[in-house]
Ligand binder design. Structure first.
Ligand code: AMP
Ligand code: MG
Length: 521
């Protein structure tokens, strides 16, 4: 196995001088050197061969002992120095101080085909940032992270990737629902990959300590490597940088809203500076369209991170990043302007995204009302978001509302409740949609093709991941591979996989892991 190692983060930025691995506050440094814990009995469970290819790794490399050793932390690669990053963050709206890579260890950066990739193990043991926790991860959450990272990539959503999923052979104690029922679970390690794992929180920690010198070093480093189109220097470059982060964050969140992804823990330490979806924890997929839904039971009361609130939380998080970068600029106006722009561009981007989902190629001002009315209509009775949009593509201009409704029938969780006032409101919306379609020039088949490129047929429904987890707990890993293959082509018909093009089964409605998730992972 030969990787083109090209480290920059741990070469160009200040390191923690203390090389001992015990929990502490780390000052004046971007990271601490740390060696992964050697796993008891590592076993490779699944590899993303696409991701491996992007790193220049072949099937033979994947099958090698070195691959297993390196991507489970058993051995370190020659010439590399693994490290954990120092960052802080706002958790659920409150400043939490230093957090850092408590159970993530960066192995190295690879440069392949001019693309930079940082390799990071999640669950490979404690670091100076582990606080009182163990630095480990369990199989269930690792399966969820591995499958969802790759599924999101194939959906076209900016995301960190996952190269490999392995068992560590160690047992890990977890209290899944935080109710005093702790139990041992199988430990696992995921090797995540991204151009960089820098988060909003990496900048915030320095600002919170009034450490403008390190804040500047980190900002200059980030601009140099990841925002090369910024040619300005000094204050101007930080403002340009912030504007770029605003754009990338907004683009990512619009994609989430398009596919029905709910992150679940949008704390600022879980916000990638590159606008990548990062830290797959208690995330979930919207099934019945409910803007107030959150998969995260820890957030069940406040619902801060509910589906419909994600765009505004993105803005709130950017506000915190602005507060940090302000230290380098000393002027609020340019940041305020960028945040104001987010609000406006969000409205436009959302309308554009929803038009595409509805198959509307022309832009009519009144589309905004049609979209607002749709969101209300979808919530009248339980309507499956993924099925609805996919089935809506079968609409013909010449259809009556009634005919479209029967085409949509499979999307309703309880079709028998589609009566009376609910039926009347659905009929009204469909009539408006049908009359709007009359203005479109595309023939039905072309419109359908276009809609099917933005409305996925297959997403990693919460119960699907749980089925893979339940089987894996019994030693059967085949469903992980099946789902991985299915989700590589989320927009394709895949007629032999229709069983996954279905509503959430009733048994999954209130099951832990399907509709109820916690941060325990
Ligand atoms: P998360 O909610 O997963 O984004 O984690 C928030 C913070 O807690 C981060 O600093 C993590 O590194 C840390 N953390 C979460 N789980 C563990 C664990 N099992 N061991 C050590 N640190 C952890
Ligand atoms: Mg995190």
């Amino acid at each position: 196995m030969k990787l083109h190692i090209n480290d920059t983060f741990n070469k160009e930025l200040p390191a923690d001088k203390n090389k001992n691995n015990y929990p502490r506050q780390v000052m004046d440094a971007c990271f601490s050197y740390v060696t992964p814990t050697v796993p008891a009995q590592p076993k490779l469970l699944h590899v993303s061969t696409e991701m491996a290819a992007l790193l220049g790794l072949s099937e033979t490399d994947i099958a090698s002992q070195t691959f297993l050793d390196v991507f489970t932390g058993a051995k370190t690669m020659e010439g590399t120095q693994a490290y954990a990053m120092c960052y802080g963050g706002h958790q659920f709206g409150n400043w939490a101080g230093q957090l850092g890579d408590g159970r993530a260890i960066n192995l190295a950066e690879v440069l392949h085909n001019k693309q930079r990739w940082a390799l990071q193990l999640k669950g490979a043991g404690h670091t100076p940032y582990s606080r009182s926790a163990d630095g480990l991860a369990v199989l269930r959450s690792s399966i969820r992270e591995h499958l969802c990272s790759e599924a999101m990539f194939h959906l076209g959503v900016p995301t960190t990737r996952s190269l490999a999923l392995s068992l560590s052979g160690n047992d890990v104690l977890r209290d899944v629902m935080y109710n005093g029922n702790a139990a041992y679970e199988k430990g696992a390690i995921v090797c995540r990959v991204a151009p960089s794992f820098i988060r909003f929180g990496n900048f915030q920690i320095f600002a919170s300590r009034n450490d403008s010198s390190n804040l500047k070093k980190l900002s200059d480093y980030t601009i140099k490597h990841f925002f090369p189109s910024i040619k300005s220097t000094g204050k101007e470059s930080y403002i340009a940088f912030f504007n770029a982060v605003v754009n990338q964050t907004l683009a990512m969140i619009i994609h989430w809203q398009r596919v029905g992804f709910v992150h679940g823990v949008m704390n600022t330490d879980n916000m990638s500076i590159l606008g990548l979806t990062i830290d797959y924890g208690p995330y979930g997929w919207l099934e019945n369209y409910d803007k107030d839904w959150t998969p995260n039971t820890t957030d069940g009361q406040q619902r801060r991170y509910r589906f419909g609130n994600q765009p505004m939380v993105g803005l709130w998080n950017l506000y915190q990043l602005a507060n940090a970068l302000y230290l380098l600029v000393g002027e609020a106006a340019p940041f305020e302007a960028a945040l104001e722009r987010y609000k406006q561009e969000y409205e436009t981007a959302k309308t554009t995204m929803m038009r595409a989902k509805l198959g509307l190629a022309l832009e009519e001002e009144k589309d905004v009302d049609l979209i607002i009315a749709l969101e209300k209509t979808l919530a009248l009775i339980e309507t499956d978001m993924t099925l609805f949009f996919r089935l809506l593509a079968n609409t013909h201009k010449t259809d009556e509302a009634q005919a479209v409704l029967s085409k949509l029938k499979a999307a309703f969780y309880e079709p028998t409740t589609l009566t009376g006032d609910v039926l009347a409101q659905w009929t009204t919306w469909l009539q408006t949609y049908l009359s709007r379609l009359q203005k479109e020039i595309l023939v039905a088949e072309e419109r359908k093709n276009q809609m099917n490129q933005v409305n996925p047929k297959y997403v990693l429904r919460n119960y699907m991941a749980q089925l893979a987890i339940d089987a894996a707990d019994k030693g059967d890993y085949s469903l992980i591979e099946n789902l991985y293959q299915l989700l590589k082509q989320p927009y394709a018909e895949q007629v032999d996989q229709e069983k996954w093009f279905a509503k959430r089964p009733e048994w999954a409605r209130h099951k832990v892991g399907c509709s109820m998730l916690s941060c325990s992972s």
